[in-house]
Write a protein that binds this ligand. Sequence first.
Ligand SMILES: NC(=O)c1ccc[n+]([C@@H]2O[C@H](COP(=O)([O-])OP(=O)(O)OC[C@H]3O[C@@H](n4cnc5c(N)ncnc54)[C@H](OP(=O)(O)O)[C@@H]3O)[C@@H](O)[C@H]2O)c1
Length: 212
Amino acid sequence: LMKVGVLGAGVMGAALGKYLAGLGRAVMFGSRTPEKARGLPRLSGFRNEVGTYREAVAYGDLIVLATRWAHTREVVEESGPFYGKILLDCTNPETPDARGLVLGHTTSGAEEVAKWARGARVVKAFNHVYAELLDAGPRFYGGSATVFYCGDDAEAKACVARLAEEGGFDPVDAGPLRNARYLEPAAQLMVQLVRVQAMGPSDVALKLLRRS
Ligand SMILES: NC(=O)c1ccc[n+]([C@@H]2O[C@H](COP(=O)([O-])OP(=O)(O)OC[C@H]3O[C@@H](n4cnc5c(N)ncnc54)[C@H](OP(=O)(O)O)[C@@H]3O)[C@@H](O)[C@H]2O)c1
């Protein structure tokens, strides 16, 4: 049984923490204000705790990074060390209005996170999955929603793939961590569809079609 520490008890941190708790993982929500995180909707039947960011990192074998980009560096640098831990990065390096990316092409948010979280085995995943979809579930008439993931540590990637698959998602290996340069813009495509074109956040998802 894997223990999970979630950094950031916001919309995505709460949804991903709840998703992982639902898969039987013990979850600690790390927050600047643990007393506020305690007010998260009771995840009845699931074991979960709250603590500071540092406590959540110390607690987890797998750490979910779910902060807005502007605060990500500070949170990562102040909550380590991460040595040997799997860091599931679902952040997007978005502008404050979430209608663009502040970096790309020559680097990615995930590659920057990997520099800040020394020793962590970073896997980019779930960044293009809306929190509402995690709550609603991944199954559509056309099949299960894809979770693209990338990273440089095979074991860490396999672990994240398993967590996607256990929850009914279709995990697709998207290569090394530098390919987060393509996964982060994919999240912007979802933002465009959901926020600008007003498709429901749990009504659309990315799906990779395969012949076999
Ligand atoms: N929302 C989605 O559906 C979704 C989907 C995929 C990816 N993402 C990505 O997930 C990340 C989080 O998005 P979100 O929608 O969950 O945002 P959010 O609701 O604003 O949550 C972000 C959390 O960051 C924490 N934080 C740490 N330092 C902070 C500071 N100085 N000021 C303010 N907050 C601070 C806060 O948690 P505490 O108050 O507990 O410390 C806050 O709740 C983003 O990078 C986003 O691109 C979101």
